[in-house]
Design a protein around this ligand. Sequence first.
Ligand code: FAD
Length: 284
Amino acid sequence: MIPPAFDYARPSSVDEAVRTLAGAGDEAKVLAGGQSLLPLMRLRLAYPELVVDVGRIPELRGVREDGDTLVIGAMTTHHDVIADPLVRRHAGLLAAATATVADPAVRHRGTLGGSLAHADPAADLPAVVLALDGELVAQGPGGRRTIPARGFFVDFLQSALAPDELLVEVRIPKADGWGFHYEKFHRVAQAYAIVGVAALVRRDNGQIAETRIGLTNMGATPLRASAAEHALSGAGDPDAVARAADSAAEGTRPARDTAASPEYRAHLARVLTKRAVLAAAGMG
Ligand code: FAD
């Protein structure tokens, strides 16, 4: 199918992009890698009157350090995130999870910012950025604002971004000294997760001192497994981890679809949390 007719703008700076969005109201859509937006337009599930292509704005790409924080431009592709030495050194969880996204063709076009702005609970990176306690920086007509990942994912395919705001960068606190692992359960290679679990673990004297767990596809938004995070504190062996992981699905409302029932997703969340935490803690 072909999309309905639309106007097209290709700004060359963030300021120009924001001015263009502000002038178009609700009728404009930002185009990043196009891996989610273009299929939706072809299926006529999205029909923007104006497409604002931000693919030629150099300041939106790349990774830099800002003290204890990694700053990743919204238009940095999945491929470039995986290959970046700073990401691999300070946010290995993000590199590892991004490597499970789709296939090389999608990873060369799709962007970190596009994946987060799309706010699909089945996508891998929202739960990962949530576990990493990331922050998202948006620029609109009133200037810049920083939104914690915990407040960014509002509902199914709905983020806290206003229609005239551009996501410009993602700020990730360096996770040096944390073990990490991403467990993704899918039926076929390169597919979306039926359930995914992102785990970060900090150990102290052989015991788990702190855990952060992000859940993919366990509700309308990515979620933190807060009950399991709490229960894992002080766990010192695989049996204790398994007992704590039993609370991984607490407070979630997973969907029923052709891939799985809510009960099966809850079961997966418990099993994958146990595996991800054991791997992240080096107890596997
Ligand atoms: P686009 O499609 O260009 O945009 C997506 C949405 O975000 C649009 O609404 C757009 O307006 C908005 N947007 C984009 N950038 C900005 C910005 N800077 N500011 C404001 N709004 C913005 N993802 C996974 O996580 N795991 C998978 O296994 C997976 N498998 C896939 C398989 C296939 C075959 C395909 C086509 C996609 C798959 N994806 C998967 C999705 C992929 O990761 C996309 O890259 C991602 O969802 C969207 O990124 P994009 O850069 O292409 O954004």
